[in-house]
Write a protein of this length. Structure first.
Length: 423
């Protein structure tokens, strides 16, 4: 069995959906588990709707729902000329579910409400894709990830119950295959024991593909992207990027951890545990080989890779009594960061201070300062860039740090990290 994942860009309109079908036609007799994201930028729109509802802005939320509906209805009308097609009933059901959110009491737990609402983007896209595949002659079935991937109650970033999930996925897929060749399910979403919908973290559809592959002992996973494979830098910001033809699981985990956007960080580990190769290929040029991620590290050091995180903020925390920074202080600092969901991108300590870097747009500076105010002095520096270079050389370092002031540098045998700002 192969596991394929198609992201939002690969199903952004009717032509893109047709392109997915053409790619699947290249594997006529191969059982495929297909994971699909929400179409285009639907998740962003649903997030806006959730925030409007939470603030009581029903008019703005209604406009968002209408926009969501018209976007998908246009795709449906282009793909299904016959208006009596059953897929339109699924469309209406999802839209009614959204409309009910306007009138229902919104829970004080925003993260819970977020998951119930935003997950509908994947439900919609998977219904449309499954229906089109059937209409095109594929033996396709629709699977509901809200009944297959069991998680805890950590809404918006749920943790998978692997034992229960493996049992649920295997039992359901044994019912579906071999009567069907393609099963279409949703990325990004799961469910609690009580049946409430959860999400696995933003951009979590890659992770869903890894979960299904692990549970089904897949031969391989392919993530279909709008790039030719994994590149050594983000082509949106850099010219002359180089494709990484083959890298190891370990290297891919490192790159994802430091912020490479091609693959969700949690995706790799379950595949590594069962030695399931992961391919990153282009849905624009499906004949190209792309990148293969596998166990051998022999190719990892051939090309330096570099990752930029922009809009970073550096905090330095110092005990007010000027005492040395000891383990008890570090415990306090990490506890505070945990309470606000702060995720550290870089950290460094000295005898008197502990410094850490967070994403500026996700950080409430005043809230953080108040939490530390009783025992610590807090200083910060905004609008910084965090550069990570894997398999660095001096030429690459010099080129990427030109006209920059270097604030913090950390170096290991394979990785160079530099926090910097414009001169």
């Amino acid at each position: 069995m192969f596991v394929f994942k198609f992201g939002g860009a690969s199903v952004k309109d009717a032509g893109a959906v047709q392109n997915v079908a053409s790619i699947l036609a290249r594997f006529p007799e191969k059982p495929i588990l297909l994971v699909v994201s929400a179409m285009g930028k639907s998740t962003n729109l649903l997030e806006e709707i959730a925030h409007h509802i939470s603030l009581g802005k029903k008019e703005e939320a209604q406009k968002g729902i209408q926009l969501f509906g018209s976007f998908h209805l246009k795709i449906l009308n282009q793909l299904f000329p016959e208006k009596e097609h059953p897929v339109f009933a699924h469309y209406e059901e999802i839209m009614e579910n959204l409309e009910r959110k306007l009138e229902a009491r919104f829970s004080e737990n925003f993260h819970f409400e977020y998951d119930q609402l935003v997950s509908l983007g994947e439900v919609m896209s998977s219904r449309i894709l499954d229906a089109f595949l059937r209409e095109s002659g594929f033996r396709s079935s629709w699977l509901d990830a809200r009944k297959l991937i069991r998680t805890d109650h950590q809404y918006r970033d749920a943790n998978v119950d692997w034992n229960r999930t493996e049992q649920l996925i295997r039992d359901r897929c044994e019912q579906v295959y071999p009567e069907t060749l393609i099963a279409v399910t949703q990325g990004f979403i799961g469910h609690t024991e009580e049946g409430f919908t959860t999400t696995l973290g933003r951009e979590g559809s890659d992770y869903t593909a890894g979960i299904f592959a692990y549970c089904l002992n897949a031969e391989q996973v392919t993530i279909w992207k709008d790039v030719p494979g994994m590149l050594n830098a983000d082509p949106k910001f850099f010219k002359g990027t180089v494709k990484l033809d083959k890298i190891s699981f370990k290297e891919a985990i490192e790159l994802a951890y430091y912020g490479a956007s091609v693959i969700h960080p949690k995706t790799i580990k379950p595949l590594q545990n069962k030695n399931i190769p992961l391919y990153v290929r282009s849905f624009v040029n499906p004949d190209e080989e792309g990148t293969i991620i596998q166990s051998s590290p022999d190719f990892d050091q051939l090309v330096p890779s570099y990752i930029f995180k922009r809009r970073q903020i550096l905090f330095s925390v110092m005990p007010k009594d000027f005492s040395f920074l000891v383990e008890e202080n570090l415990s306090d600092i990490f506890r505070v960061l945990s309470t606000i969901g702060g995720k550290i991108n870089m950290m460094q300590n000295s005898a008197l201070s502990f410094s850490f870097v967070l994403d500026q747009e996700k950080t409430d500076i005043e809230e953080l300062r108040k939490l530390f105010d009783q025992d610590y002095t807090v200083r910060f520096n905004k609008d910084l860039e965090l550069l990570t270079i894997r398999h660095y050389d001096q030429k690459t370092i010099d080129r990427l740090t030109e006209q920059k002031e270097l604030l913090v540098q950390q170096k290991t045998r394979h990785t160079m990290r530099i926090l910097m700002k414009d001169l």
